[in-house]
Write a protein that binds this ligand. Structure first.
Ligand SMILES: Nc1ncnc2c1ncn2[C@@H]1O[C@H](COP(=O)(O)OP(=O)(O)OP(=O)(O)O)[C@@H](O)[C@H]1O
Length: 230
């Protein structure tokens, strides 16, 4: 689904944030991306979104070299990928419903279709009863759930998350991970950047570890060994 071939990325100032990174995330796979602060996790996700470009190598998404996607096609490409951020990036001048509906408005969905999808997404994250509220009135965990509903409302094939549990207490963080596992179970391919080793080592998924831009470990959870690459 996502393949990195010897990918390097250098920021304009000269810092090389990714160094010859190669791995493949299978369709329907869920993996964690970990490593210390500054290891290159966010940069790797940005390269998949094509908000950062590569200095070397290539990234294939569904077999397509994403460097070759024209600027005009980029918005369409990005719509196939849901993204969840640590700080939610919600709009506080509109309701929970409107926040989740945003990607569908951009896509030009008819109101009735949009409403059906928004409510399905809010139902999945357990927030159907709060659709009229302003997100500012919700707890941190609930706000993160709104961000997740917005990321999945388009039914993306791929979900990327950058430190999605960074601001949450351990119990809420575990709930968010469970939610991600549910999306993965219905076939969404997931790559989740997290430095919360205590949490992610308890979950049974592949773990990719970056260190100073290099992929230094690619481990399948012992319970899944033999089920995919390791
Ligand atoms: N826009 C930028 N310009 C220059 N250097 C950058 C830029 N963004 C990130 N970097 C550098 O690239 C390296 C990797 O950063 P990145 O944000 O990808 O790491 P990270 O593993 O996600 O860290 P964190 O866990 O703190 O978010 C860091 O040294 C960072 O300072």
């Amino acid at each position: 689904m996502i393949r990195f071939d010897e990918v390097s990325q250098r920021y304009p100032g000269g810092h090389e944030a990714l160094k010859q990174v190669s791995f493949e995330l299978e369709r329907g796979e869920m993996a964690f991306l970990t490593g210390r602060s500054g290891a290159g996790k966010s940069t790797l996700l940005k390269c998949i979104m094509r908000t950062e470009s590569l200095s070397q190598g290539q990234i294939l998404v569904s077999g397509r070299n994403i460097q070759r996607i024209s600027d005009k096609q980029i918005p369409f490409y990005r719509r196939r990928i849901g993204v969840v951020f640590q700080d939610h990036q919600l709009l506080y001048d509109r309701s929970v419903y409107e926040n989740v509906a945003l990607p569908l408005r951009i896509d030009g969905y008819r109101e009735a279709d949009a409403a059906r999808r928004v409510r399905a997404a809010l139902d999945k994250v357990g927030l159907l009863s709060k659709e009229k509220m302003n997100p500012i009135a919700l707890s941190g965990g609930e706000q993160q759930r709104v961000g997740i509903a917005r990321a999945v409302v388009n039914r993306p094939q791929i979900l990327l998350a950058d430190e999605p549990t960074g601001n949450l207490d351990p119990e809420l963080a575990a709930d968010i991970m469970k939610l991600f596992e549910q999306f993965n179970q219905i076939g969404v391919s997931m790559l989740i950047a997290s430095h919360d080793l205590a949490l992610i080592t308890r979950l049974r998924h592949r773990m990719l570890t970056l260190d100073n831009g290099r992929l230094i470990r690619d481990e399948q959870h012992p319970s899944r060994q033999g089920a995919g690459s390791s």
